[in-house]
Design a protein around this ligand. Structure first.
Ligand code: SF4
Length: 358
């Protein structure tokens, strides 16, 4: 039989903590607060993966940390590069489950990177079940810690420097999962990215399916990053048919309208609506006019996305003529609109295509 002293105590994962929490942790183990700041620098600015590397900590403290704490890490287990240089990495979590992150380079004519965007995952799988999305088919399995999110960014930043000679310029939370269902860890991770990697908050965009209560919370807390809303349909009937989250009155378009107006009134910022173009489902002229009505809720930009087919899902992308007609109606209604073409489609790295064996 095991005696209580044989049972290993669970160690504290320091990569779940931000700066103030690390300072509090240092104090809690009888160390001065500045040790917490040193830990922050090693974990998030230098990317240390062991206490041994933390050479300005006393040797005794490093040994003690080895006993009572750990540094949670994710491990890359597969990497694929698409014809357009988009890179998709598969990472294993300590739980044995997997997530994906994507590095999307925007290259100029000489092949130099103008922009290097990392698309990160915030959950393993997703509970939202949007009918057109590969991740939605997986169901929800696990929330990522702030450290597991920043590790994806750090990994892609190193890769970007090796391949393109410069670090990443933007981070979007548009990978696997609904970021605002993992609210605390996502918000914390955005702070770690700005403080640890030095990226300006305006270079970070968090994308949500439209959880109204959480959008209000972001506004009230004056979250400094950008907000994108996966709209994909301009009326409740159409949206509820393809996005189950819309069937609740807490998250339908009426609730979303209230939250978006509140967000703009509080922050003065414009939101971006993501709108995947599905053939015959949301790409008609009447849909464009209804979308223009949504766009009038508050200042915004509409991002039209060419849908990427997902195996086992009966949606297909709109045609170029229908897309062009749709854009003409929107522009005629005074809506700011951009079109996002598929990236990394040949390695299933494009929007809505991320799915792994959880
Ligand atoms: S589109 Fe986003 S919110 Fe919807 S199921 Fe996929 S990952 Fe979840």
């Amino acid at each position: 039989m095991q005696s209580p002293t044989d049972i290993p105590l669970s160690r504290t994962d320091l990569k779940t903590m931000d700066g103030p929490e690390l300072e509090a942790f240092a104090e809690s183990v009888g160390e001065p607060r500045f040790r917490g700041r040193q830990l922050f620098m090693w974990l998030y600015e230098k990317g240390a993966t062991s206490f041994e590397e933390m050479t300005d900590l006393p040797a005794g403290l490093r040994e003690r940390l080895d006993e009572i704490a750990e540094i949670g890490t994710i491990t890359e287990v597969r990497q694929q590069t698409a014809r357009d240089q988009t890179v998709k990495s598969l990472f294993e979590l300590p739980s044995g489950r997997h997530i994906e992150a994507v590095l999307i380079p925007d290259l100029d004519e000489d092949g130099k990177a103008k922009r290097l965007t990392v698309c990160v995952s915030s959950q393993v799988g997703c509970a939202m079940g949007c009918h057109f999305c590969a991740t939605g088919l997986m169901g929800f399995h696990e929330n990522l810690t702030a450290g597991q999110i920043i590790d994806q960014v750090r990994y892609m930043d190193t890769l970007a420097r090796e391949r393109f000679g410069r670090g990443i310029t933007n981070v979007v939370y548009m990978g696997m999962g609904e970021p605002l269902q993992n609210y605390a860890n996502v918000v914390k991770s955005t702070r770690l990215i700005t403080e640890g990697l030095g990226l300006a908050p305006k270079r970070i965009t968090v994308s949500t399916v439209g959880l109204a209560r959480r959008i209000r919370q972001l506004a009230d807390e004056d979250a400094p990053f950008g907000l994108a809303i996966s709209l994909h349909a301009p009326t409740d009937a159409q949206r509820s048919a393809i996005m189950p989250v819309n069937r609740s009155e807490k998250t339908d378009l009426v609730a979303l309208e209230g939250a978006v107006k509140h967000y703009h009134a509080k922050t003065g910022k414009r939101v971006t609506y993501e709108y995947c173009m599905f053939d015959g489902i949301n790409d008609g002229e009447a849909d464009a006019r209804n979308l223009a009505d949504v766009a009038r809720w508050a200042p915004c930009k509409v991002n039209l996305i060419m849908y990427n087919p997902v195996e086992g899902v009966a949606f297909s992308p709109t045609s170029e003529p229908r897309l062009n007609r749709f854009i003409r109606v929107l522009v005629g209604e005074g809506v700011r609109v951009t079109v996002r073409r598929s990236r990394g489609q040949d390695i299933d790295a494009a929007c809505g295509q991320l799915a792994v064996q959880a």
